[in-house]
Design a protein around this ligand. Structure first.
Ligand code: HEM
Length: 412
């Protein structure tokens, strides 16, 4: 089926739609059943085929030779795209170039390196942030006061951003990822706020290039600023784009899963108790949290050849949008996809981190952060419950829980 479904295009082009998770998923479920490769056309936006099914998203990602990242990998309006400053990060590269640039930092994100260099730091930070909850008395806004800060601190420390600058990076990331969210947008949300916020982020992090070339340290910013590609020192736009990607991809996503994961446990107190009794279950529970929350809402690809997917002919020159949240509720892969099940046998088949060549560079880091934090939190909690309604971010790029009021008591 290849009909144009204009009436449902709002779920992909308006940030407020992702903030209404139930409404979004009701529409997405209909699309998966009736029109799983749906053409979305909206004035001022690129026309895209949205890929709703798990197998189809993987099929597209597998054919990275045909479906390229180089153009417009972020699904945004034409005006926002046209106004954006030059940017070229690894998520906007293909082929050899992508391999070379990604290869500059992969060693920092392998399970072995992370375990050696980071596990004790994650243990300390998890204790620190649970202590922060304790110090707030019996209640806090878990996402706004705790979850926002822990993954932020981890990735910015690895990158080499001084601690006093972490709040600025947090604010700038929120401004350019959640331009439609009045709580975070720097100005009134319009098509240009994304571009302006990205420019401010580039200017802010750009100062690190000069500093690390003058005096290299052992952080990732130094590795990038002083690396060469084909015997030429990396260019400033390439270096700053790398910084911006690491500094922005590495925390809002993970904190959204912390918030969405805890929210799901609060709605399933028996599962929460089970995890407290048997911390060995936390690993699988984290995979289910990733499936459940799926904070990255999708990236686009450009088809360079005609490609037949199901009964749809995607033509050379067409763009596709990979819908990770829809794929992770695909009833053909996940039985009862709307049940949060910490024992789900195939929870780790989720594609919250994407798949293939562009598979999330920080996936293992995010998993370790989540496992370490929930192990600490659950071992100390006596009781926890929701203390008010959860609220979600208005964004078409990364969205998840932004406010989660909770009240709690601790074990003696
Ligand atoms: C729960 C947390 C996270 C989620 C859900 C997430 C999700 C994603 C997704 C969906 C992609 C695109 C994959 C694709 O196109 O197939 C991606 C790419 C990427 N992520 Fe993450 N991410 C998370 C955490 C992190 C962290 C902690 C870092 C820190 C280094 C990071 C860095 C990156 C980078 C650099 C890319 C681009 C990789 C490439 O194009 O080769 N992410 N992530």
């Amino acid at each position: 089926m290849t009909n144009v479904t204009e009436d449902l295009s709002w779920i992909f082009t308006e940030g407020s739609s992702y903030a209404d998770e139930e409404g979004w998923h009701a529409a997405a479920t209909r699309l998966r059943q009736e029109n799983p490769i749906v053409k979305v056309e909206r004035e001022g936006w690129p026309t895209v085929w949205v890929i709703m099914k798990h197998a189809d998203v993987m099929a597209v990602e597998r054919r990275h030779d045909i479906f390229l990242n180089t153009q417009r990998v972020i699904f945004q309006s034409d005006a926002a795209y046209d106004a954006s400053p030059p940017s070229k990060s690894i998520i906007q590269m293909d082929g050899t170039e992508h391999k070379q640039f990604r290869g500059l930092t992969t060693e920092y994100f392998t399970p072995g390196t992370l375990r050696r260099n980071l596990q004790s730091h994650l243990d300390e930070l998890s204790t620190y942030y649970v202590d922060q909850m304790v110090s707030r008395g019996g209640a806090c806004d878990f996402v706004a006061e705790v979850a926002k800060y822990y993954p932020l601190r981890v990735i910015l420390t690895m990158l080499g951003v001084p601690e006093e600058d972490h709040p600025t990076v947090l604010r700038l990331t929120q401004e350019f990822i959640a331009t439609e969210d009045l709580e975070f947008a720097a100005t009134t949300p319009d098509d240009f706020s994304y571009a302006a916020a990205l420019e401010r982020m580039q200017a802010f992090l750009g100062s690190l290039i000069v500093a690390r070339r003058a005096e290299p340290t052992d952080d990732i910013a130094s590795v990038i600023a002083n690396s060469s590609i084909d015997d030429e020192l990396i260019g400033d736009v390439d270096a700053v784009s790398y910084y911006v990607l690491l500094a922005s991809a590495g925390h809002d996503t993970a904190s959204s899963v912390m918030g969405g994961g805890l929210e799901a446990l609060l709605a399933n107190p028996a599962a929460l108790r089970e995890l407290q009794d048997d911390p060995g279950l936390i690993k699988n529970a984290v995979e289910e949290m990733l499936r459940w929350a799926t904070p990255a809402k999708g990236f686009t690809r450009l088809a360079t050849e005609d490609f037949e997917l199901r009964d749809t002919l995607i033509r050379a020159g067409d763009q596709v949008l990979l819908s990770y949240p829809s794929a992770n509720r695909d009833e053909e892969v996940f039985t009862d996809p709307f049940t949060f099940d910490i024992h789900r046998a195939n929870a780790n088949r989720h594609i919250a981190f994407g798949f293939g060549k562009h598979f999330c560079l920080g996936a293992e880091l995010a998993r370790m952060e989540l496992r370490t934090f929930f192990t600490e939190l659950l071992s100390r909690l006596e009781h926890i419950e929701l203390a008010g309604p959860a609220e979600r971010v208005h964004s078409t790029i990364v969205s998840g829980v932004k406010h989660l009021p909770v009240r709690y008591t601790w074990r003696g």
